[in-house]
Design a binder for this molecule. Structure first.
Ligand code: X8Z
Ligand code: ZN
Length: 610
């Protein structure tokens, strides 16, 4: 099938190309301009080639991430090398068709071939190999990292899941400091790898005509790279007053709990006290900051435990939500091949991820689930990826992606916004909905995750853009990281951070080389999606009480957007679901408006800011 349509392309070229060839020879000193038919044939063969290499790389990567050994690492690195070198070569060849008049779909596929590359490998094969080996090694290093407190060894050392749990549950500042520092001893070892990684990726990006890898990443949003950076900043300015109000309130509650010596009222908040290893989502300290008179009166973690939910049951429940919207059930292979529980007998990358290994219907998730509210949310997040992947699986390969990468991250989160008290009552987890008077508690709990995340979502790539451009040099990796954490997030390290350490590398997406602006966008977009889906479901009340569970109308419209994949510029996809072509923060601001009023009242007389 593929061969036949490709040869059709070449025959067409023979018939129509002759006059154009003559004209182009004169204009370009002998090198004739390629034809539209050649462009279409090139795109078709690029899709086929990338598809094949991508499936091979995904299989090797899946095995490695589920069974980390030197051998699986070497196999994965090689498959990744084959994929990235092919995509870089195709990106260069795609540029040959610049200026050729083409139908919109072929033009867009060519543009995507040129820009949708996260790890640009240099043309020199030895350097490409070095790059992919470093990338694979950093990822495995993260997956196998352990902190061994004191003289601990072997099983007494703490892995990321155990450290995460201490951050969630402990209220002892010394114990928290110990694991906070401990986790950050593990990333020091990849500091030099990362420096070299940046050098090599930048060489690859320059060979593709970009100033550096950050510029390449920023070029992936259907607008000029500089306009994208401005867009991020515009959105941040929209939500900043809400974040500042939350920061001010949380700092004063933490100061009351831990004392002003540990949490001074006029300085950034120490990073180890916010219930999360990276202080990126603060929902786990809700009990410390909850308003006495507006406690929602339930805690999802306890509800799940009380109802006897296990890992599988949690995933089934996520699937059931999507089914209620009209999506087909997940394939049997999803249940056979996914990883839900951290294995005891081998090393895996526990950071949650969603896969479509054959790019068609081989959907899987891989996560070390802990029964509780946080992972209930993450399961919906991951399944959002899977349903998106399946929805666009009939598109040509280069269109099998989300409208922009923020869309992919926002779908499951938008669905999880529908995990409201009313929905929990439907599931039989909760007896009755808390009254409207407890809304401030519900909103505060949501804000601790969603609003607190925003500056973190912004700064990870601000740091990487600086690193890739050279503005943050290797000798300042840690200083640059903490300057941004302090400036944007209002967080400070609890102990000094010398340049022998590599604190950015303690966050998965840095060694994993996953761009992070997508999560910032997703935290804005998911509220836009939620607002639009609620309207489609015929809901008119406060957004935080809306669940679209069971709404076929919302599901249909959502699916229409998902099916488009990457085939249209993202404003077109956004418009299809929300009616708007702009990403804008008004939905998240609407959602939290009553909380903002309440926070401002609470903060009266306090000195906010840092
Ligand atoms: O990495 C993830 C997902 C997989 S795409 C679990 N997230 C970011 C993170 O954990 O840092 C989701 C929220 C932000
Ligand atoms: Zn995700």
């Amino acid at each position: 099938m593929r061969t036949r349509s490709r040869s059709t392309g070449w025959i067409l070229l023979g018939l129509i190309g002759i006059a154009m060839i003559a004209a182009a020879c004169a204009a370009r000193g002998g090198r004739r301009a390629p034809s539209a038919a050649e462009a279409r044939a090139f795109v078709q063969s690029a899709n086929a080639q990338l598809y094949e290499l991508s499936v091979k790389a995904a299989r090797a990567e899946w095995v490695k991430a589920n069974f980390i050994t030197q051998d699986t690492e070497a196999i994965a690195a090689e498959a990744s090398e084959n994929y990235v070198t092919a995509s870089v070569a195709l990106a260069k060849r795609a540029a040959r068709f610049d200026g050729v008049a083409l139908d919109a779909s072929t033009r867009r596929q060519l543009e995507l071939l040129k820009r949708a590359i996260t790890m640009p490998a240099p043309e020199d094969r030895a350097l490409a190999r070095e790059l992919t080996q470093i990338a694979t090694r950093m990822d495995s290093h993260y997956g196998t990292a352990r902190y061994c407190p004191g003289a601990a060894q072997g099983d007494d050392c703490l892995d990321i899941i155990e450290i995460r749990e201490i951050h969630e549950k402990s209220r002892d500042p010394d114990a928290l400091l110990d694991v906070w520092q401990g986790w950050r001893t593990t990333s020091a070892a990849i500091r030099d790898d990362y420096r070299r990684f940046v050098e090599l990726a930048n060489q690859g990006a320059r060979e593709l005509g970009y100033a550096d890898t950050g510029a390449l990443w920023r070029s992936n949003y259907d607008m000029p790279p500089a306009a994208f950076a401005e867009e991020m900043d515009r959105l941040w300015q929209q939500v900043l007053p809400l974040y500042e109000a939350l920061h001010c309130y949380v700092r004063s509650r933490l100061s009351a709990f831990y004392g002003p010596d540990v949490v001074p009222l006029d300085a950034p908040i120490p990073a180890h006290l916010l219930g999360n290893m990276w202080a990126q989502q603060w929902g786990n300290i809700f009990d410390l900051v909850a308003p006495a008179d507006a406690d929602p009166g339930y805690d999802l973690t306890s509800l799940l435990a009380r109802a006897g939910y296990d890992e599988l049951h949690m995933v089934r429940s996520g699937e059931n939500f999507f089914s209620s919207l009209g999506f087909a059930p997940l394939p049997d292979t999803f249940w056979e091949r996914s990883l839900f529980v951290k294995p005891r007998d081998r090393e895996v990358v526990c950071h949650a991820s969603a896969w479509d290994v054959d790019e068609v219907d081989d959907l899987r998730i891989k996560m070390c689930i802990e029964v509780g509210a946080e992972d209930f949310q993450t399961i919906h997040h991951e399944l959002g990826h899977n349903y998106y992947q399946r929805a666009y699986n009939r598109q040509p390969f280069v269109f099998r992606g989300s409208a922009n990468d923020g869309f992919h991250e926002a779908i499951g989160d938008a669905i999880a916004l529908s995990v409201t008290p009313a929905y929990l009552v439907k599931l039989g987890l909760l007896e009755r909905e808390p009254p409207a008077s407890q809304d401030i508690g519900l909103l505060l709990r949501a804000a601790l995750d969603k609003v607190a995340f925003l500056p973190f979502g912004l700064l990870v790539d601000q740091w990487r853009w600086g690193v890739f451009s050279g503005e943050i040099s290797p000798k300042d990796y840690n200083a640059g990281w903490w300057a941004l954490r302090e400036k944007i997030q209002g967080i400070r390290p609890p102990v000094p951070r010398p340049e022998t350490l590599f604190d950015a590398g303690a966050k998965y997406h840095v060694p994993g080389n996953t761009p992070y602006s997508r999560y910032f966008l997703a935290h804005i977009l998911q509220f836009q999606f939620h607002r639009a889906l609620c309207a489609l479901a015929g809901y008119a009340g406060p957004l935080n009480r809306c669940t679209i569970y069971g709404s076929a109308a919302a599901g249909r419209k959502l699916n229409e957007m998902l099916e488009m994949g990457l085939s249209q510029p993202w404003p077109v996809a956004l418009q299809a679901l929300t009616g708007s072509r702009e990403i804008d923060a008004s939905a998240i601001l609407d959602y939290f408006a009553p909380l903002k009023t309440w926070l401002d009242a609470q903060n009266q007389g306090r000195r906010c800011g840092w």
